[in-house]
Write a new protein. Structure first.
Length: 211
């Protein structure tokens, strides 16, 4: 891959995205050393954008910089995972509360339609995972708080570092779908506190399955 093919975004941003996707795909395993020189040579770039990209990923929590040792893919401890799920539950349950209170009929119909896609994806776990995340992102979008969105985006990146996705555990997809149905019911019934409570429970159940 040549440097020219990485345009039009800033070069270091493109490199950061490439590394981010490799980390999520486990091509770069948690705890593994990132060979800056080898990757830079493979991409046909200098080490400057490579280092800037690593700074971006370090700020997101995906990479850990160690003095005189270089960059490593962050390893997520059980405490890290509990902390991330705790914060996500707080932030996303609040978003659900807002959506139950303020979403228009058209917006709520969009939420329902996305949930229906989730219902139809239970036999394709990768698609289920994608739609599941899209459902959560839609609630955040409708709740319309860009500062919350920014924090959640970073927390979800760290959550993806976990070696074992909670949705891949036996029976978790079916249970997750039941929980989503309950969340949707509370949302469409315009019950903000119940929606928040059910979304919090959804995250806590997800944490149990992820550990």
């Amino acid at each position: 891959m040549s440097a020219l093919s990485l345009a039009p975004r800033a070069l270091y941003e493109e490199v950061a995205e490439l590394l981010r996707q490799r980390i999520f795909a486990r091509e770069l395993e948690p705890g593994s050393w990132i060979d800056e020189l080898r990757i830079a040579e493979a991409l046909g770039i200098s080490r400057t954008p490579m280092r800037e990209a690593l700074k971006v990923l370090a700020a997101e929590g995906l990479v850990t910089m160690k003095v005189r040792r270089g960059a490593y893919v962050t390893e997520v401890s059980e405490k890290d995972l509990r902390d991330v799920y705790h914060l996500l539950a707080l932030l996303e349950s609040d978003a659900a509360r807002v959506v139950a209170q303020t979403a228009s009929a058209e917006q709520m119909a969009k939420v329902s339609a996305l949930h229906q896609e989730l219902e139809e994806a239970t036999h394709d776990r990768d698609r289920f995972f994608q739609i599941n995340e899209a459902f959560h992102m839609l609630l955040l979008e409708l709740a319309d708080n860009r500062w919350r969105d920014q924090v959640v985006a970073d927390l979800r990146k760290v959550m993806k570092l976990n070696r074992h996705s909670s949705l891949f555990k036996e029976g978790r997809i079916e249970q997750s779908l039941i929980e989503h149905r309950a969340i949707l019911q509370a949302l469409t019934a315009r019950q903000p506190e119940l929606a928040a409570e059910r979304l919090t429970a959804h995250f806590m159940n997800g944490l149990q399955a992820a550990q």
